[in-house]
Design a protein around this ligand. Structure first.
Ligand SMILES: Nc1ncnc2c1ncn2[C@@H]1O[C@H](COP(=O)(O)OP(=O)(O)O)[C@@H](O)[C@H]1O
Ligand SMILES: [Mg+2]
Length: 260
């Protein structure tokens, strides 16, 4: 399964400014692509386009051999192939639903399974993301941040996607939880041979997890390089600024990347 973006430009209806301009990349099966940029650079706009929730004005998004657009029928098709884990895990869970209901949803939407088969899949996924069975009875609102993020990861995996998109998945978590969630994501991506798009403002974290890094600034990709070459002297001056701000985070103990 490959994902290709060709010169994507997008603008919100209520805004004059382009949120994305001429963004192109190619995600090969099994590869891990990092997207880094400061707040407002267009990272989440990109995820909304990839998942079919925001129309683009120009260019082409192609998943497998299908051009995808912001249409209901495309979203369902995309959801089977590509799943998203957000930063604000609690707000992406319906507070009225129990964890059981939340986890049944992808199984009902994407597969025809008996109640017993669904139960088996849910029990297996809880083990995979290190949650107790007792969590199934709980309303999502009563979960801790780390538990909520594990539920979101479990929900994404139950769709059996080939591509996982993580948009700032640990930003709102405390440091110990951040490290645990990152390690969980690393394990799952490796075991299930998923392709990954990992989005963060923290370049040191992105380079730990990915093969290739794109730097987004004001909606444009201004630098791209192999992750293991991130500190090369030839990096764009803005990438170097991002590296400096990461080094400050490391000194302050405000990024999990140093401890991975
Ligand atoms: N719903 C929206 N309506 C209008 N402008 C938006 C909306 N969402 C985001 N933007 C603008 O688009 C730009 C990119 O935002 P976003 O993709 O959320 O950035 P990031 O995820 O990198 O912080 C910003 O200038 C932001 O203000
Ligand atoms: Mg964002």
């Amino acid at each position: 399964m490959s994902l290709e973006l060709h010169n994507i430009s997008a603008k919100y209806q209520n805004s004059e400014k382009m949120a994305l301009e001429n963004v192109s990349f190619f995600l090969e099966k099994g590869k891990k692509l990092g997207i880094v940029g400061e707040s407002g650079s267009g990272k989440s706009t990109l995820t909304k386009i990839l998942t079919g929730f925001l129309p683009y004005n120009d260019g082409k998004v192609q998943l497998e051999n299908r051009v995808i657009q912001a249409r209901v029928k495309d979203r369902k098709w995309i959801g089977k192939k590509m799943q998203l884990v957000f930063q604000t895990s609690l707000s992406s869970l319906n507070p009225r639903q129990t964890v059981q209901q939340i986890l049944e949803e992808p199984l009902i939407n994407f597969f025809s399974l008996s109640t017993e088969e669904r139960k088996q899949k849910i029990v297996a996924i809880l083990k995979e993301v290190n949650l107790q069975i007792s969590v199934l009875e709980k309303k999502s609102i009563s979960l801790s941040g780390g538990q909520a993020q594990r539920v979101c990861i479990a929900r994404a995996l139950l769709a059996n996607p080939e591509i996982l998109i993580c948009d700032e998945p640990v930003t709102s978590l405390d440091m110990t939880t951040q490290i645990k969630i990152i390690q969980l994501l690393q394990k799952i991506v490796k075991e299930q041979q998923l392709s990954l798009i990992f989005i963060s403002h923290d370049i040191s974290l992105v380079q730990e997890l990915c093969d290739e890094i794109l730097v987004l600034r004001e909606g444009k990709i201004i630098d791209r390089f192999a992750a293991n070459d991130w500190k090369n002297a030839e990096r764009h001056s803005y990438t170097k600024e991002l590296i400096e701000s990461t080094e400050i985070l490391i000194q302050r103990g405000e990024t999990g990347s140093a401890l991975l």
